[in-house]
Design a binder for this molecule. Structure first.
Ligand SMILES: [Zn+2]
Length: 284
């Protein structure tokens, strides 16, 4: 599932390609994945491309009625992808090929195609079909605080973490903090030397401080590597290339491999329905 660094990477890669472009058509191949009346946004120009947590938001305006602003909100959920093509009708991508030259059939995972006036366009692919594109009058900003926002402070973490839940579960609560999923939760806890099953209210002030620094570091490292495209990760960049952060995972998906600090073998446990990876010597 794309987490904050992956959605931020999509945003950065997409922005220069689509800003100021006018939507000429939206082809909805899977109605389940598109919410709203597409006629409301056809003819609109993309004014900005923003990210709020894991939600990507295009601010739109119709040239003649600039007060009539609409937003296209995109959630990638488990397996959503957004690919940009200079020419929609013969688009070829590095890894995934929604269209091949001379073949106008979309890939079997393409759910929505957003076409622009200049013949370029976006393919929203989603194998598992949980992702969505939604039209709204206001951006769909998640309730939780974004890790990269000014509001995400040590003090905030001290306020929202303590509960009788395991720390890893508390970290991934999108209503409190938005953007941290399984990859970055596992690696942040390793960096902070905290066991994923510790109860959130057992952390000392010093540990919360360490965790705060660790979250920031893993998220920023993930962005620098342009996200994670591991073997079972659906994430790819809008140009079809892969992220590189999987090469720099600390514990995530490193079961039975040596800990980068002490060489003990990394353990994996099923924990609240998700895999937790940790070093039992380093993390207490
Ligand atoms: Zn270790």
């Amino acid at each position: 599932m794309p987490e904050l660094p992956e959605v931020e990477t999509i945003k950065r890669n997409l922005k220069p390609n689509i800003i100021s472009k006018t939507i000429s058509e939206i082809e909805i191949l899977s109605p389940k994945n598109f919410l709203g009346n597409k006629k409301e946004v056809i003819g609109s120009k993309i004014m900005s491309v923003d990210r709020y947590g894991k939600v990507l938001v295009f601010k739109l305006a119709k040239p003649a009625k600039s007060s009539n602003k609409k937003y296209l909100n995109i959630h990638f959920k488990l397996s959503g992808q957004m690919l940009f093509a200079n020419k929609v009708n013969n688009a070829v991508f590095k890894n995934k090929i929604p269209f091949t030259k001379g073949n106008t059939l979309p890939a079997n995972t393409t759910r929505i195609i957003i076409k622009f006036k200049d013949k370029s366009g976006l393919f929203f692919n989603d194998l598992r079909k949980f992702g969505w594109i939604k039209i709204s009058n206001k951006p769909l900003i998640p309730k939780g605080i974004d890790v990269l926002s000014k509001e995400f402070t040590v003090k905030y973490l001290e306020e929202v973490l303590p509960s009788r839940r395991p720390i890893k579960v508390a970290l991934m609560d999108q209503n409190k903090i938005t953007g941290i999923g399984n990859i970055y939760a596992n690696d942040s806890l390793f960096l902070a030397k905290i066991h994923p099953q510790r109860l959130a209210n057992s952390l000392t002030k010093l540990e919360i401080n360490k965790l705060y620094i660790s979250i920031k570091k893993t998220i920023l490292d993930g962005i620098e590597d342009q996200g994670s495209s591991g073997a079972d990760e659906a994430f790819i960049l809008p140009d079809g290339s892969k992220g590189q952060h999987q090469r720099n995972f600390l514990v995530y998906q490193r079961e039975k491999q040596p800990c980068l600090v002490c060489k003990s073998l990394i353990k994996r446990i099923k924990h609240h329905g998700r895999s937790s990876f940790f070093c039992s010597s380093c993390q207490k």
